[in-house]
Design a protein around this ligand. Structure first.
Ligand SMILES: *[C@@H]1O[C@H](CO)[C@@H](O)[C@H](O)[C@H]1NC(C)=O
Ligand SMILES: *[C@@H]1O[C@H](CO)[C@@H](O)[C@H](O)[C@H]1NC(C)=O
Ligand SMILES: *[C@@H]1O[C@H](CO)[C@@H](O)[C@H](O)[C@H]1NC(C)=O
Length: 407
């Protein structure tokens, strides 16, 4: 037990050593020069709601070095994805997206590749920079439950609720920015909905897909400004298609065929997956529910399935969602209106069926009886003819004593 404790203690010391070693100050030399990290690292905020500029200069120790390519390796903590990202560049600037509500963590080092190192790469020490933005505004006044829905790729609505602390006369403002804008703009159209929810409506022309879309919700009140909240999303991942409005059910022998038109809006047809929900009322009164996801349908906007043998009626609902080939996420549309097959007649009709089958049976029985009698009568009448002929002959040749037998 003691041994184990000592061992784990030793292990943790070793682990700490391993972790701290790369950031220690051992000097790396190449071609007689110290490979120092870049100098004058600066993080500047151009006011694009978290899209920050990072700049630096070549280290003084490498100022006179020739015959080398100098590159910089930048690692920064992506606060949205909770992981370090890494880039290499020969430039002296880089811009990246950060969450201004969290510390900005940055690590940079210099990478040298020279003739005098026979073309092998030499990495210098890494330097870490942490920039913690000062929180502003009243504590507890940051908004909550912020979420966005991009309706049919036609317009987007983002909504939120007030923070736990609501100073008197609070007003909320939303500002947004994407890379095709020179500067931030205020929300084009505010929405005031019930239950303490507020929001912003963006028309399509104010939006940009497959790029960071940054938003900030801040505010003012009679006691001072509210604490700002920052968001950065890629809007193509927040699409909610419109509900399918034209769903038809066709019945052919033994099969049911669904047909519909793609939902209205700007979502390309090949970007949609569908979900079919069916509810079948069986002859025994039970209900059979089924759901089926139709992924990246090659057959367009129709779907065929066999009809349940014992079914009275089947009803269908359909909804759609942007598939994985077009976005990393999305929302299901609302369900379409329910469409049903014609109700199959049941008990009464079955009784009628039985009666009809019975009648048919009786008719067939009578018919066969009639045919049988017909078949029977003919030979009998033949027999009669033979008999009369025979009787005549007998009467001619026989003594009249026998005649009573043939009477
Ligand atoms: C680089 O060269 C300049 C003049 O050519 C000199 O003044 C300076 O000290 C040199 N720097 C280093 C790091 O050797
Ligand atoms: C480069 O290569 C030469 C010969 O190929 C060798 O003498 C020299 O030590 C090497 N230098 C380095 C820094 O590896
Ligand atoms: C809200 O944020 C925008 C954009 O950063 C800024 O221009 C505005 O002054 C802020 N308003 C308040 C009340 O803090």
């Amino acid at each position: 037990m003691l041994l184990l404790n000592r061992f784990s203690a030793w292990l943790s010391v070793f682990a700490v050593l391993l972790l701290t070693q790369p950031i220690s100050t051992s000097e790396v030399m190449a071609c007689g020069a110290a490979v120092d990290p870049p100098a004058n690292i600066e993080i500047t905020d151009p006011g694009f709601l978290g899209y920050l500029n990072i700049q630096w200069t070549r280290p003084a120790s490498l100022q006179n070095l020739t015959g080398c390519t100098v590159r910089y390796q930048l690692r920064y903590f992506d606060t949205y994805e909770e992981r370090w990202r890494s880039v290499r560049t020969v430039k002296l600037t880089y811009a990246a997206q950060f969450d201004l509500e969290k510390p900005v963590k940055l690590r940079i080092l210099t990478v040298l590749k020279c003739a005098c190192t026979n073309g092998t790469e030499v990495q210098g020490e890494e330097t870490e920079t942490v920039y913690t933005p000062e929180p502003t505004g009243l504590a507890g006044s940051r908004i909550r439950d912020f979420h966005c829905i991009y309706y049919g790729k036609e317009h987007m609505e983002c909504t939120w609720k007030s923070g736990p602390v609501q100073p008197p006369n609070s007003e909320h403002y939303l500002y947004y920015w994407h890379r095709e804008m020179e500067e931030t703009k205020e929300c084009p159209e505010y929405i005031v909905s019930s239950n303490n929810e507020r929001g912003c409506r963006f028309p399509r022309q104010s939006l940009l897909e497959f790029s960071k879309f940054n938003m900030c919700v801040n505010g003012s009140s009679s006691t001072g400004s509210l604490r700002p909240a920052y968001f950065s999303i890629e809007i193509q991942n927040y699409v909610k298609p419109a509900a399918v409005s034209s769903l038809d059910v066709l019945e052919t022998d033994g099969w049911l065929k669904l047909e519909w038109a793609p939902p209205s809006g700007q979502v390309p047809e090949h970007c949609l997956d569908y979900e079919v929900e069916s509810s079948t009322l069986m002859a025994n009164g039970k209900e059979l529910k089924q759901t089926e996801i139709l992924e990246n349908l090659d057959l367009g906007t129709s779907y065929e399935l066999p009809r349940e043998a014992e079914s009275k009626k089947t009803c269908f609902n359909l909804r759609s969602k942007v598939n994985m080939y077009c976005a990393d996420g999305g929302f299901w549309s609302d369900w379409s209106q329910t469409k049903c097959t014609e109700e199959k007649p049941t008990m009464n009709y079955r009784l009628l069926d039985l009666v009809m089958i019975g009648t048919a049976g009786v008719i067939i029985f009578c018919l066969s009886l009639w045919i049988l009698t017909r078949i029977c009568i003919k030979p009998c009448s033949k027999k009669d003819v033979i008999y009369t002929l025979y009787k005549q002959k007998v009467n001619e040749n026989m003594p009249s004593i026998f005649s009573p037998i043939f009477k």
